[in-house]
Structure formats: structure tokens, C-alpha cells
Ligand binder design. Sequence first.
Ligand code: PFF
Length: 501
Amino acid sequence: MENRPQWGTRSGFILAAIGSAVGLGNIWRFPAVAYENGGGAFFIPYLFALLTAGIPLLILEFTIGHKYRGSSPLSFARMNKKWEWLGWWQVAVSFVISTYYAAIIAWSGSYAFFSFGEKWGKDSEGFLFGSYLKLADKAGDVGGIVPGVFWPMVLVWGITFFVLLKGIKKGIEVANKIMIPTLVVLFMVIVVRALTLDGAAQGLDAFFKPNWDTIADPKVWVAAYGQIFFSLSIGFAIMITYSSYLPKKTDLTNSAFITGFANSGFELLAGIGVFAALGFMAQQAGVPVSEVVAGGVGLAFVVFPQIISEFPAFNGLFGFLFFTCLVLAGLTSLISIVETFVAGVQEKFKVSRTKAVLVGGGLSSLFSILIATKGGLYFLDSADYFINQFGVALAGLVEVVAVAWVMKELKNLQKHTNEISDVMVGTWWRICLGVITPIVLGYMMVQNIITNIKENYGGYPTGFLLYTGWGVAIGAIVLGFVFAAIKWDKDISVSSKGVSQ
Ligand code: PFF
């Protein structure tokens, strides 16, 4: 039996899982998704999705990693050799995401410093796309490296390498034990400040006001499942990898509940903070809140700088705190996603951890230079959209169908987790995974395919989408099969019998 590294404490593991789950998705995606899909009424499909898909899938992934004690590819190979490719597919998807996630963290780091003196001036949009990103005119142009993005990105990779080279317990666990509590404290300071701004109440009204008509709309349910999926880092190979470092006796079910609720709690907190701040901005401008709502890059780097400039006092400090929160939330997620391919490479080729970090992380950091060019934002936008729709969500769908219906492993996994967990999972768990999740995700996938065939995402030219979007998403599947075809080092036991349980 190989000597697998382990987390020092269960709380260390849970913090790392929360660190992965709490990312940019919680801060800039959730508030806008909730608002656009019914405000207060969205909480019903959201809670339903959390309980029927989010937590059951987390329990599933924790159990797979714990039972088979391997990276995602090794765990699937041990479950059934035919399915190793699924693990590599997830790893390839994670690889793509890591390349642009590093860039976004780098922007956030730059903006933390731009906050002092409000470098964006009166025109935050012009500043972002013009002065800072130096955005190329056309999608597909590369146009040279932008030093203002490149150098902070070098730093982001430096920190990530440092943490990963130190290993699981001394690296990832310690980093999360420092970064997650810091993130929570800083974020609370911002939320409390936002709640005491003029106009905050209007923002919260807009956020929580339920629009019950939306409940009957399937789109809203799909949005809820999509958010839960992305937000909990399921289908990324991350949670399988992290749980493979758990000691034998660990309560898996309980850990999944804690991770799921902590992530949603943070998400709710972000919604409150963001909308309180948007309410303040709307009041300053004398417009309704609906006119200032934004999500994603626009919210963080265009709208938030404006809000910060309007703060009554300590503008620079609050800007710094906000962008530092993005950096912390992002770094802990980036570390988790890079670990998926570090673990995969290390096991498949039986190389040292150091080598795996240098090769895996090295390759990803090289690719990320493309995102630090003048055309970077276009590549990021297209790859992000396609890899989430046809990478994460699709791999998640294939995962549940394969485990539940093809390999028929749910009962075995149920037995495994029940033997070591306080909270037992029962038939409802198998129904959620085997029936509800595949139906919702399957429906979502069909809709997605139809929409994307009918119209070009973001209005980009077809040629560009073919290689930056479709090509990347399909390439990840192909890579899955290629890596699965490579032989394991003879010292690695791929048979499930080789796993001590
Ligand atoms: N759960 C993360 C989020 O909400 O942002 C999703 C994620 C993205 C995890 C990118 C890891 C990652 F590198």
C-alpha cells in the first residue's frame, strides 16, 4: 500500500473543502443569479437543489475519494477500469479553469492596490477595458502580453506553487486555516459597512422581494441547480481528490452537510452585502436598484469601483478589503483545482509530488499567459462559458449516471459511508442521485445544446467559438480518453482490491 498523505485534522479537511467551494461564484455570481431568478422566491428552488443534488453529490464524491483513496482518475479506475477517462476528463476541465481563474485573481490583486487613490477615476469601465486590460479590438486577437496583468499573475502562481509544494497537511491545510477565517472576518466587516450605508434597505428589498411567478419557470430551477453545482465545486474532481486524503475513520456525511451549509451561508451573506451596496449606489444615482444590478466581471471591476468611490469615508481601505476578499476566496479555490491534476499526474506517472507540482502547475501557468494578453478577456469569457456548461455540468451528469446506472455502485458507496458516518444516508439519497439529479441535469444539457446551436454565445464569431469554446470543451473529453489509454506505473494498484479499507 502506498503511503498516502493525510489531512492533520478533520476540521482542516472541511476548511479546505469550504475553501474550494467558497470562490468567486459565491461573491459575484450568486447575488445576480438569485435576483434575476425571482429574488426571495429563488430560495425555494435553491434550497431544493442544495438538498436534492448539492449535498447528496458532495456525499457521493467524498465517499468515492475516501473509499478508493485516489485522485479522480485513479478512484474511477479502481471503481471500474472502463471509467478512468471520466476522471481525466474532470481533471482536464479543471486544468482549463485554473488557467483563467489565476488571471482573475491577479486582476483582483491589482485592484486591491488601485483602491488607494481610486485609480479608476470617474470612468471605471473605460479604466478596466482600456487602461488596465488594454483589451484588443477583436475576439481572437492576441496582441501581446499586458504587464499589469502578467506580473500579479506570476505572484498568484508563486503562492499557489508554494502552498502545493508544501503538501497536503503543511501546505493546503495550513493555507486554508489562515485564509478562510481571514476571508470571513474581512467579508463581515464589508457586509456590516454595506448594511449601514444609505439606501441599503432598498437594495435588500430588491434582493429579497419574491417574484412568485418565476417558480413555475423551468429556467429558474435550472439556474438553481447550475448555481449549486458550480458553487459546491462538484464535478470538478476536486472533492474526490480532497477526500482521498482523509483518514480511514471519518464522518463523511456530516462533513458534506457542514461544507454545503457553510458555502450557502457565505453565499447568502454575499447576496446581502452586494445588494446593500447596490442599494446605496442606486440611491446616490437616484435610479431604481434594477438599473445598477450586475454580476461577474462587470460587478466586481466596474460597479464595485464606482460604489467604493462614492463611499463616505475610508474609500481606499474598503476597496482594498473587498478585493482582498476576492483574492482569498479565489486562491483557496485555485489551490484546490490545481491539486486535482497534481494528484493525477503524480499517481499516473509515479513521480514525486514536487515534480508533479512543477509539471502540472507549470503547464497551467504557461497556458494562463494567454489570458494575460490583450485578447485574454475574450478567451476567458468563451472558455469559461463552454467549459462550465459542457465540462463541469456534463461531467457531473455523466458521473451520476455512470455510478448509479452503469456501474450500479450506489449501494456499495452507501454502505461505505454509513459504516463510518453518524448521519446515515438512505433510499432518498439514491433517489436524489439516481433519478432527480440526472433528470434536471439532462434537461439542462438539452436546453443548453439547443440554445448554443441556435445562437452564438456572446455574439462572438462562429470560428472563434469553435476553437475557444466548443473545441476546448470537446478537447477535454478527448484528453480524458488519451490519458486513460496511458498505462499506470506498475507500482500503482489499480484494482479496487489494492485499496485498504
Ligand atoms: N466553487 C467555486 C466558486 O464558487 O467559485 C468554483 C470553482 C471555480 C472552484 C474555480 C475552483 C476553481 F478553481
